[in-house]
Design a protein around this ligand. Structure first.
Ligand code: AMP
Length: 397
């Protein structure tokens, strides 16, 4: 498969789907430009290789047609600054004669930003005619928007059919796919997944899919208590989803049948209130006092989990093992992050993904000590669930 590195961009116009869906304040100033900086390597590489760059993105959720507050125009000065002061042209729309003329006039090394794709409902509708009109603007389609890779929209997937030989992943998407595949398709064993967070319901499909590939599955956080209750334990006022008790039991059986070792908390830090000021006690995970709740894992659990992690060669972490936003209940999550960092330093490949675990590694200063951080949210979770992502498949087919 062609990559950005192997493709000859000289004299070509590259239509690059990026995710520039950045937050803006009331003065239309960008309050977090992470998504823009993430696309820079792709833009710079193509410009350096003699291509012209046509940037396509959505911004916000426009309801019906153009709305000034969602105009990509607000991003142009900052994009120009990020590109070292290069002039960035702004198209009046993403399709139509005027836009077509601007694209046609674009020279190698120049940059044109198309107006918000979602000003046209055909974008999210995956309309083929709209995709065809977009495709007319350039010679090669580059998908560098992993955050929307799970959507079969016109610019994220459908337009691939108009570029049968000229479709590529951008560097950001390529590294996401490579890292996720390292974990999901060819893990070095033992492979351990750590699943945390508040609810088992939101992670069930991922857990089921991971049972096909992991050796160890560590369960932490709020979902612990659905499993503990399912096995007859006393969970006090801990978070629990009673509708999922049977499913929890089924997962335990499936894991056993597949030879996957489940690891649960043996002790927890229980609290008499959901607050920093709460009184706390370490108790067995299946003997939580009435009206108290388990809000973090206990010291013996930390030792057990850390041992499993330290012996692993591939590690996937999704979701905190306690209410890490409060310092009082952050100890378990911090320790897990540190165990992953230590294993990574010894040569394991570690991937951290999902909003809250990313927030946790950042909070504990561990971002540089894990192998890869996926920030793609929904798209990453769907990939972990084993689903085919239209934006990925469109390039690979
Ligand atoms: P999720 O969005 O499902 O990944 O859940 C993340 C949230 O789970 C975080 O905000 C944590 O505070 C929360 N969480 C972790 N452990 C617990 C727990 N034992 N009880 C309640 N919430 C928890």
């Amino acid at each position: 498969m062609q990559t950005i590195e192997t493709y000859d961009f000289s004299g070509k116009k590259a239509l690059i789907r990026v995710d520039f869906n950045v937050p803006l304040n009331e003065q239309f100033e960008i309050t977090d430009d992470t998504r823009m900086t993430a696309a820079l390597p792709t833009l710079n590489t193509i410009l350096a290789k003699g291509g012209a760059v046509i940037v396509m993105s959505h911004l916000g959720r426009p309801k019906k047609g153009p709305e000034d507050k969602f105009s990509l125009r607000h991003l142009v000065p900052h994009l120009s600054a990020l590109l070292g002061g290069k002039e960035v042209k702004m198209a009046p729309d993403c399709i139509g004669e005027a836009t077509k003329a601007m694209a046609a006039a674009l020279k190698p090394g120049e940059v044109l930003v198309l107006e918000n794709l979602r000003f046209h409902p055909e974008e999210e509708g995956g309309d083929e005619e709209f995709a065809r009109q977009l495709s007319e603007l350039g010679d090669v389609w580059v998908n560098d928007a992993f955050g929307t890779a799970h959507r079969a929209h016109a610019s994220t997937a459908v337009m691939a059919k108009f570029f049968p030989h000229d479709k590529l992943f951008g560097l950001l998407v390529a590294s996401e796919v490579e890292s996720l595949d390292k974990v999901l398709k060819a893990p070095k064993r033992p492979f351990t997944a750590i699943m945390g967070g508040s609810k088992v319901s939101s992670k069930i499909t991922i857990i089921e899919n991971l049972l096909n590939s992991v050796d160890h599955l560590i369960i932490g956080g709020g979902m612990t208590y659905t499993f503990v209750k399912a096995q007859g334990g006393k969970i006090g006022g801990s978070i629990c989803e009673d509708d999922y008790l049977e499913l929890a039991k089924e997962l335990l059986k499936k894991a056993e049948a597949k030879g996957v070792k489940f690891h649960f908390a043996v002790d927890v830090l229980e609290a008499d209130a959901f607050a920093e000021t709460a009184n706390t006690k370490v108790v067995p995970a299946n003997a939580i006092d009435d009206n108290w709740s388990g809000l973090d894992v206990g010291p013996e659990t930390i030792r057990n989990f850390s041992k499993v992690i330290s012996e692993s060669n591939t590690i996937l972490w999704n979701g905190p093992v306690g209410v890490f936003e409060m310092d009082k209940f952050a100890g378990g999550t911090k320790a897990i992050g540190e165990a992953i960092a230590t294993a990574t330093a010894k040569g394991a490949f570690s991937l951290v993904g999902g909003g809250d675990s990313v927030a946790a590694v950042n909070k504990f200063g561990l971002a540089e000590k894990v192998s890869y951080i996926s920030t793609a949210g929904g798209a990453m979770l769907e990939y972990l669930e084993g689903r085919v992502l239209p934006g990925i498949a469109a390039v690979q087919e």
